[in-house]
Design a protein around this ligand. Structure first.
Ligand code: ADE
Ligand code: ZN
Length: 337
């Protein structure tokens, strides 16, 4: 089972680049930039990563991101993630970034974007991994501020594939961003949104019906509403589920209580992802391993999850077929269980 999980070619579709900032890198970049460090040492940082809920995590996540100032910082962060992803047999990754987290501290939009996209370009060339970049709007801020950020991104349509919505979910429903999503779609962006992580099924309905998103990030609360599940299955709307994140943020009491297996068996297009691996205790393979163990997923279910990761991606259909063929070849060669 371990060979299957670690070796099978896969895509990652829910990954915040700021959430890959490992404590050691946070401290070294902070020192390099001559800043007061968010934590004195790695152990203190790790101890602080004991979250009660989404907001208590976000408070620490924004504090950690405050060490990122220069293009090189964003480059190093992104390159380190790509190396890790490649080592876990991730062949394609769709990465979120949060420009407002940085522009609010006086870092230029271009500094963030150039650092990340130069690393994506170099990583694609060096490791053969393919990537797409999704710009997330912080939902705890106003729609007007989000619209200003969207406006900034329009000059970089060639480097940004999609628009997403993240940060504090409760009290910030998708419909708050109806105009922004309409504009984003009008400008040709693909759209996704975090919905149903802590928020309830009605937030997922809003993301579908008001924002018209192509994919739901998390979405685990869909199971409260049978009609919603039927609709998600009928339209095969992908859900980017992040098991370790859900446990660290107490969305489920334990991994054994996670609903991923039930979701799969209902015919939902579920994928497994790492969200913020530096904070939640593991990258994508650790997420597969943890959920497989707790829910006793069968080899066929692991293969379905990996296939879903390509099906749910924003790769062109031709590329999806090639990746799925590569996977079939890997399976027949290794015959893993
Ligand atoms: N930003 C980074 N990780 C997030 C998550 N899991 N939910 C909402 N916003 C986030
Ligand atoms: Zn997320």
């Amino acid at each position: 089972m371990k060979t299957l999980i670690t070796g099978i070619p896969k895509a990652e579709l829910h990954l915040h680049i700021e959430g890959t900032l490992e404590p050691a890198m946070m401290l070294s970049i902070g020192k390099r930039n001559g800043l007061a460090l968010p934590f004195p040492d790695v152990e203190t940082a790790q101890k602080a990563y004991d979250f009660e809920d989404l907001q208590s995590f976000l408070d620490i996540y924004y504090k950690g991101a405050s060490v990122l100032l220069h293009e090189q910082d964003f480059y190093d962060l992104t390159m380190a993630y790509l190396k890790k992803a490649v080592s876990q047999n991730v062949r394609h990754t769709e990465i979120f970034f949060d420009p407002q987290t940085h522009t609010s501290r006086g870092v230029a939009f271009e500094t963030v974007l150039d650092g990340i996209t130069n690393a994506l370009r170099d990583g694609e060339k060096t490791f053969g991994i393919s990537t797409k970049l999704i710009m997330c709007i912080l939902r705890h801020l106003s729609e007007k501020e989000g619209l200003e950020t969207l406006e900034r991104s329009l000059d970089y349509r060639d480097r940004i594939a999609g628009i997403g919505l993240d940060s504090s979910e409760t009290g910030n429903p998708p419909e708050k961003f109806a105009e922004l999503y309409e504009r984003a779609r009008g400008a040709g962006f693909l759209t996704v949104a975090h919905a149903g992580e802590e928020g309830h099924a009605d937030y997922i309905w809003q993301a579908l019906k008001t924002l018209h998103v192509r994919r739901i990030d998390h979405g685990v609360h869909c199971m409260e509403d049978d009609t919603l599940v039927e609709e998600l299955v009928r339209q095969q709307i992908p859900l980017t589920v992040c098991p370790l994140s859900n446990i660290k943020l107490h969305v489920f009491a334990s991994m054994r209580d996670h609903n991923l297996k039930t979701m799969l068996r209902r015919g939902l297009l579920v994928t497994v992802n790492s969200d913020d691996p530096a904070y939640f205790g593991g990258y994508v393979n650790e997420n597969y391993l943890a959920v497989q163990k707790a829910l006793r997923l069968e080899p066929g279910e692991i293969v379905t999850l990996a296939k879903n990761s390509f099906r749910a991606s924003f790769l062109p259909e031709e590329q999806k077929k090639l990746r799925l063929l590569e996977m079939e070849r890997w399976i027949s060669k290794h015959n893993p269980t």
